[in-house]
Design a protein around this ligand. Sequence first.
Ligand SMILES: NC(=O)c1ccc[n+]([C@@H]2O[C@H](COP(=O)([O-])OP(=O)(O)OC[C@H]3O[C@@H](n4cnc5c(N)ncnc54)[C@H](OP(=O)(O)O)[C@@H]3O)[C@@H](O)[C@H]2O)c1
Length: 193
Amino acid sequence: MSLDGFVTGPDPREGQPLGEGGERLHEWMFSERATPGGPPEHGQAAGANGEVARELFATTGAVLMGRRMFDLGVGPWGDTPFPAPCFVLTHQPHEDLVMAGGTFTFITTGLTTALDRAKAAAGGKNVLAHSPGIAQQLLRAGLLDEIQLHLVPVLLGTGRRLFDHAVQAGRELEPTGVIEAPGVTHLRYRLPR
Ligand SMILES: NC(=O)c1ccc[n+]([C@@H]2O[C@H](COP(=O)([O-])OP(=O)(O)OC[C@H]3O[C@@H](n4cnc5c(N)ncnc54)[C@H](OP(=O)(O)O)[C@@H]3O)[C@@H](O)[C@H]2O)c1
């Protein structure tokens, strides 16, 4: 997420799912800048960023996303975004899509059905809410256990907000971890039920 709260830059679209400038938000996973504002050095992230990325992949047992994320992502990913079964919420029925990393299953019967299917498929690991819209629905419904933020010191100005319409005013979260790493601050919060 950008420092001003966006998970995409302006105008996310096919071919540019993270919008104008939004790729900056994922740079920490794949590359690092030797100097702030300097050119990114591509490759697998090293150090603390590499550890956070590896942990995210190792602990994700299933993924929940909305249809827009699927439509924009499936081309660039060429597979599932994590090596795990993925459940796509939509109102339009769609056949299962089997990929090397897992199967995309399309759920038309609502959030709790999708979450139950994802939990059952996750084998005791985490269910990761991939779309901001799905994370917001889970947060509103009191169904999120944890929020992990990867806060990037860039201002995007507009785009898709992570916390739109999701807030219960005054709700307290328990901070459970912070890692200051090159180009990003990794933050974890537990949501008491
Ligand atoms: N910065 C990051 O790390 C990051 C991570 C993930 C995503 N993103 C960005 O976030 C954007 C996508 O997320 P989004 O929140 O805008 O959209 P989304 O949640 O992926 O998709 C919205 C669609 O999902 C379906 N849907 C959602 N909730 C539903 C429900 N309860 N029941 C049935 N269908 C439901 C509907 O599809 P139908 O219209 O088919 O019914 C709805 O139009 C992309 O631009 C992506 O690049 C950024």
